[in-house]
Structures are given as structure tokens and as C-alpha cells.
Design a protein around this ligand. Structure first.
Ligand code: RTP
Ligand code: MG
Length: 153
């Protein structure tokens, strides 16, 4: 059994506006991941620029920051075995058009910008811890047991 780990997930403004928060949360609950923290918030530009700092030299950076600050997001931390990779698999590819049916972006995403969800990147080790710290204080991470823990992922 691989180690439990935590990953940062965010329903982006398009997902919030389209009423998809519940659908996204259900998928992770059904998969057997455990919710550790959640926060519904409006991101300011400073936070957006720091969160997406790896892309600051890309031509799409300003548009990405405009989009992610265009309305509230649902920021969350989910825990489970290999959770970073697990969640990325459930998300699909960056472009919804390239994402398999059954994935969040494949089922719900509209286009490369409006792709519903962010998740920490398993190809960028440490991004999960960095992003969790950026959005949550330590005391906001809830230590609890789900009654059905034996059946969790
Ligand atoms: P995210 O960080 O939001 O979870 O998405 P990701 O890892 O799948 O993709 P990433 O390469 O980190 O890109 C971050 C977001 O930037 C937008 N993007 N636009 N125009 C473009 O070529 C382009 N490439 C990326 C996407 O909205 C992507 O989610
Ligand atoms: Mg990324």
C-alpha cells in the first residue's frame, strides 16, 4: 500500500459558475479520497500570480490570472494513497478536447482555459505541499477519520 498523501484541488471560476462544485466533490468522495480542508474564496491577483508562478513567462499567463480571479473558486485538500497522481488521472488532460470521457475535464470541461478544475501536478514534486500552504493555514487542515476508513483509497 503506497503512502497516504495530500493534494491541492480547486474548482475554477467556470466550474463554480456552472454549478459543478457538487459533482467534482462527489467524484472524489466516491473514489474513496478523504476531504481534509475546503475554502470558498475569491482569489486576488497576488495569490493567482504566486499559484501559477511556474507559468509567468508563458504567453497565456495574464489571461490565466484574469480567468482564475474572475470569480470565486472552491479550494480543497484531498487525502489518499498516491492522491496527487490519482486526482490528476481523474481530472484528465489540460485540454478537455484531449481528455477521455469519464474524466472531469473530459465530461465537463469546455476548452483549454475553462477546464473546470486545478490539481497539484505529480510531475512537479512538492507542488502539492506548496499549494496547500499557499491556500491554507495548518489549523485549517482537519485531522479526522471517516467511519468507513477501511474502504477508503
Ligand atoms: P492546472 O495547473 O490549472 O491544474 O492545469 P494543468 O496542470 O493541466 O496545465 P498547466 O500546464 O499547469 O497550465 C495551467 C493552465 O493554463 C492554461 N493553459 N493555457 N493557451 C495555452 O496554451 C495554455 N496552456 C495552459 C490552462 O487553463 C491550464 O489549466
Ligand atoms: Mg498545472
Amino acid at each position: 500500500m503506497s503512502e497516504q498523501e495530500r493534494t491541492f484541488v480547486m474548482v475554477k471560476p467556470d466550474g463554480v459558475q456552472r454549478g459543478l462544485i457538487g459533482d467534482v466533490i462527489s467524484r472524489f468522495e466516491d473514489r474513496g479520497l478523504k476531504l481534509v480542508a475546503a475554502k470558498f474564496k475569491q482569489i486576488d491577483r497576488d495569490l493567482a500570480e504566486e499559484h501559477y508562478g511556474e507559468h509567468e513567462d508563458k504567453p497565456f499567463f495574464d489571461g490565466l490570472v484574469d480567468f482564475i480571479t474572475s470569480g470565486p473558486v472552491m479550494a480543497m485538500v484531498w487525502e489518499g494513497q498516491d492522491a496527487v497522481r490519482q486526482v490528476r488521472g481523474m481530472m484528465g488532460e489540460t485540454d478537455p478536447a484531449e481528455s477521455a470521457p469519464g474524466t472531469i475535464r473530459g465530461d465537463l470541461g469546455l476548452d483549454l482555459g475553462r477546464n473546470v478544475i486545478h490539481g497539484s501536478d505529480h510531475e512537479d514534486p512538492g507542488s502539492n505541499e506548496r499549494e496547500i500552504e499557499l491556500f491554507f493555514d495548518d489549523e485549517e487542515l482537519v485531522d479526522w477519520e471517516r467511519v468507513d476508513e477501511t474502504w477508503l483509497y
